[in-house]
Write a protein that binds this ligand. Structure first.
Ligand code: SAM
Length: 432
C-alpha cells in the first residue's frame, strides 16, 4: 500500500483532463466514468471535466467564482479547483455530499495510508449486531430479506458492517469521510442489484452467484487503491479551497453571501428518476438514514422532478407560454399518463427551478452567466422542451438567453414512450 506513495510525480490540470479518453466529444457530459476521481462513484448524468472546461472557455471573461446548485459527484467544483476558480457547491444527498467533500479535500497520502493499515488491523475484531444497526432499514436490505429477495448476502453485509465499524473508529474526520466514500463506492458491485436507466433491478442469476466476505475485502482494497492513487497524484489544485452546502438548494441558496461569475449546474431531469431513491443503498448501509421517516423527509426535499413522493403542485410565477401549452396538452391526455400526478409535477419542476434561477440571478456578477444542462421529457405524446421553458422563465427574472445548444439526443425511457429522441441542451443565461 505504501509503495504507491513513491510513484508518479504530482500532476496538474492538464493531467487531470488527459485522464479522459481522447476520442470523447468535449461537449457532452458522457463517458468520463474511468477518469481520475470520476471513477470513485458513478452518478447518472454526471458532467465530464472537459465539459466544464469547455463551458468556462466560452465565457467572456475567465471566472474567479463558480456555483453549482446540484453538485452530484462534484465535477464542476473539482474542475474549478484545478482551474484556480473558487467553487461553491450544494448537494442534497448526504452520501453524495461526502463524495464531493472527499474529492475537494487535499489529503496527506501518508496519513491516508496509515489509516488504511489501521482499518486492516482492526476490522476483523469489530463486533456487529446487524439487527441493531439496521433495525429500521428496508427488510430486503440483507438476507433472508423479504419475499425471497435480498440486496446483500448475509456474509457480505456482515463484512461491510465490520468495515463501517472500523472506519468509525478512525480519529481524523476527513479521513473517516474518505474511507466511508471508498466503502460506499463498492456497495452496488457487492450487492445483488444493478442500477439501470430507471432504477434498481436484481442481477440475472443472483441467487446462484453468491458473493463472499472476501469479495468485500477485494473491492475495498481496489477502491482504496484508486482513491489513494488519485489523491497522491493530482495534488496541484490552483484553488484548493471550497464551499460545500449540504441540503436543499431551494432554501440553502438564500444563505449564500457571495457573488458568482459562473453558475453551472445540471438539475435532475423531469423524467421521474429520483436520485435519493436510486442512491438509497449507500444511505442505508453507511448509516446516513436510520429510519423510514429520515428517508421520506430526504426524498421530500428533492427537486419535484418525479412523482414517487406525493407533494403539493405549483406553477412558476414567471409566464411561460410553452409551459402553459405543455400542461394543457398533458391534461388533455390525462387518461394515457401512467400517473395522474404528472401534469402537476411538470409545473412544480419549473416552479422549483424558478426559485433556484431567481436566487442565482441575484448573486450573479454583472457579466456573469448561468449555464444549465437540462434534458427534455416526454409523457404520452407530449414533449416537455425544458430548455425553452427555462429560457422563457428566465426572461421573467430579468435574464436573457446567451446560448442554447443541443448537446446530444437522448432516448426516451419506455415509460416516456420509448423510441423517440429527446434533446439534452446547454442553456446559458445572462442579465438582460
Ligand atoms: C444530474 S445530478 C448532478 C450531476 C453533476 N452535474 C455531476 O457532475 O455529477 C443532480 C443532483 O441534484 C441533486 N438534488 C436533487 N434535488 C436537490 C435539491 N433540492 N437540492 C440540491 N440538490 C438536489 C441530486 O441528488 C443529484 O445529485
Amino acid at each position: 500500500m505504501l509503495m504507491r506513495l513513491s510513484g508518479p510525480a504530482e500532476l496538474d490540470l492538464s493531467t487531470f483532463l488527459s485522464q479522459l479518453k481522447p476520442d470523447l466529444p468535449t461537449s457532452t457530459n458522457q463517458g468520463a466514468g474511468d477518469a481520475a476521481f470520476q471513477r470513485w462513484f458513478r452518478v447518472k448524468e454526471a458532467f465530464s471535466p472537459l465539459f466544464v472546461r469547455d463551458v468556462i472557455a466560452h465565457l467572456p471573461h475567465p471566472p474567479s467564482t463558480c456555483l453549482d446548485c446540484f453538485g452530484g459527484s462534484g465535477t464542476t467544483a473539482l474542475t474549478c479547483q484545478f482551474m484556480g476558480i473558487a467553487p461553491t457547491t450544494i448537494e442534497l444527498n448526504p452520501f453524495l455530499a461526502d463524495l464531493i467533500e472527499a474529492k475537494l479535500t487535499s489529503f496527506d497520502p501518508r496519513a491516508v495510508a496509515a489509516d488504511r493499515l489501521t482499518i486492516g488491523r482492526t476490522v476483523d475484531a469489530i463486533e456487529i449486531d446487524l439487527a441493531a444497526i439496521y433495525a429500521n432499514a428496508p427488510p430486503t436490505l440483507y438476507e433472508p430479506g423479504a419475499g425471497g429477495r435480498w440486496i446483500f448476502d448475509i456474509d457480505v453485509m456482515k463484512r461491510i458492517a465490520q468495515y463501517r465499524g472500523a472506519i468509525a473508529e478512525l480519529a481524523n474526520e476527513r479521513q473517516r469521510r474518505l474511507f466511508t466514500v471508498i466503502l460506499g463506492s463498492t456497495l452496488i458491485h457487492l450487492s445483488n442489484v444493478v442500477i439501470n436507466g430507471k432504477g434498481r433491478r436484481y442481477r440475472g442469476g443472483w441467487q446462484r452467484n453468491r458473493r463472499t466476505a472476501r469479495a468485500v475485502d477485494v473491492a475495498f482494497e481496489a477502491a482504496y487503491d484508486n482513491a489513494l492513487f488519485d489523491v497522491s497524484r493530482l495534488t496541484r489544485r490552483a484553488h484548493p479551497g471550497y464551499t460545500l452546502l449540504r441540503g436543499d438548494a431551494r432554501s440553502r441558496l438564500t444563505e449564500l453571501n457571495g457573488t458568482y461569475d459562473l453558475v453551472l449546474f445540471s438539475p435532475p431531469y423531469p423524467n421521474s428518476f429520483d436520485y435519493t431513491d436510486i442512491y438509497n443503498l449507500e444511505l442505508w448501509v453507511l448509516g446516513y438514514l436510520s429510519s423510514g421517516e429520515d428517508n421520506v423527509s430526504l426524498r421530500r426535499s428533492t427537486l419535484r422532478s418525479h412523482v414517487q413522493i406525493k407533494r403539493e403542485a405549483s406553477m412558476p410565477a414567471s409566464p411561460s407560454p410553452t409551459l402553459a401549452g405543455v400542461v394543457t396538452a398533458l391534461d388533455e391526455v390525462a387518461d394515457r399518463l401512467w400517473s395522474r400526478q404528472i401534469p402537476g409535477m411538470i409545473g412544480s419542476y419549473f416552479a422549483d427551478l424558478e426559485v433556484v434561477m431567481r436566487e442565482c440571478a441575484q448573486r450573479l456578477t454583472p457579466d456573469g452567466r448561468i449555464a444549465m444542462v437540462v434534458g427534455d421529457s416526454r409523457y404520452a405524446d407530449v414533449v416537455v422542451p425544458v430548455a425553452r421553458v427555462l429560457a422563457e422563465i428566465g426572461e421573467g427574472l430579468g435574464l436573457t438567453t446567451d446560448r442554447l445548444q443541443v448537446l446530444r439526443p437522448m432516448r426516451a425511457s419506455a415509460q416516456q414512450g420509448g423510441e423517440h429522441l429527446l434533446s439534452e441542451d446547454l442553456l446559458v443565461l445572462k442579465s438582460a
